[in-house]
Ligand binder design. Sequence first.
Ligand SMILES: O=P(O)(O)OC[C@H]1O[C@H](OP(=O)(O)OP(=O)(O)O)[C@H](O)[C@@H]1O
Ligand SMILES: O=c1cc[nH]c(=O)[nH]1
Ligand SMILES: [Mg+2]
Length: 233
Amino acid sequence: MVTTFKINYFWEKIDMKIHDISKSNSILNHFLHQIRDESIQSDRMKFRRNIERIGEILSYEMSKTLEFQTKKFHTPLSASSYESLNEEIVVCSILRAGIPLHTGVLNYFDDADSAFVSAYRKQSETSEDDFDIVVEYLSSPNLEDKTLVLVDPMLATGLSMLNVLKALKKVGTPKSIHILSVIGAQPGIDLVSNYLPEHAHLWIGSIDERLNEKGYIIPGLGDAGDLAYGKKM
Ligand SMILES: O=P(O)(O)OC[C@H]1O[C@H](OP(=O)(O)OP(=O)(O)O)[C@H](O)[C@@H]1O
Ligand SMILES: O=c1cc[nH]c(=O)[nH]1
Ligand SMILES: [Mg+2]
C-alpha cells in the first residue's frame, strides 16, 4: 500500500505538456538500456554518468521551447548576430538521486542558479508496505518569475515531486516550470499533472507500465539513489 494525501495547490488544475523522448529512436534509448539492465547498472560510475547524459539530452530537448533573444557580436571577419537564451533558469534537484541529473542539466545551462531539496521515502513503522515522504532540507534562490527546472530521475507515485513543489511555494512563483525525469509511471505523472499549471512541461526519458505494490516503477530500474550512491540505512 502506498500512502497518499491531497495538497491544495494554488495553481489551476490543467494538464501539463508531456514530452516522452523515447517515443522516437535516439541514442537516449542506449543510455536507458544501460541504467536498467541489471548486468550493467551495478557499475556506479557508469550509472551516474548515464543519468547525467540523459540530463543533457532532456536539457537539449527542453531548450527548444525556451525564449531566445537576438544579440550582436563580432567574428574576426565581420559583425554577426546570434540567438541568446533569455531566461533566468533555476535548476532544482531532489536529493539524493537527483544529483547526477542536476549535473547533466548544468552541463548545458552554464549560468543557471541551483536549488536543492531533500525528499526521501521513510518506511512506515507500522506497515512494511507503507512509506511517508520526508522533506527536511531546502536551499533555493528566490524563484519569482524564474524558469524552474525541477529534476528527479524517478517519477513513481509522484509524492516526492508534489511535496517538493509544495515546499518550493515558500520561495516564489516561477514564470514557468519544466520537470525533467528519466523514468516515470502514469500514476505519478497524473498526480503531478493535476497540480501543475498549463504552462508546465514534463520532459521524460520513458513512461513505464505500472507501479508495484511498494510503489516501484515496473520495469523501471530499481532504486536510483542506491544505484548511484549505495544503500542507505
Ligand atoms: O514518485 P515517488 O513515489 O515519490 O518516488 C520517486 C522518488 O524516489 C526516489 O528517491 P528516494 O525516495 O528513493 O530517495 P533517494 O534519492 O535518497 O534514494 C527518486 O529519486 C524520487 O525522489
Ligand atoms: O522505481 C522507483 C521508485 C522510486 N524510486 C526509485 O528509485 N525507483
Ligand atoms: Mg532511493
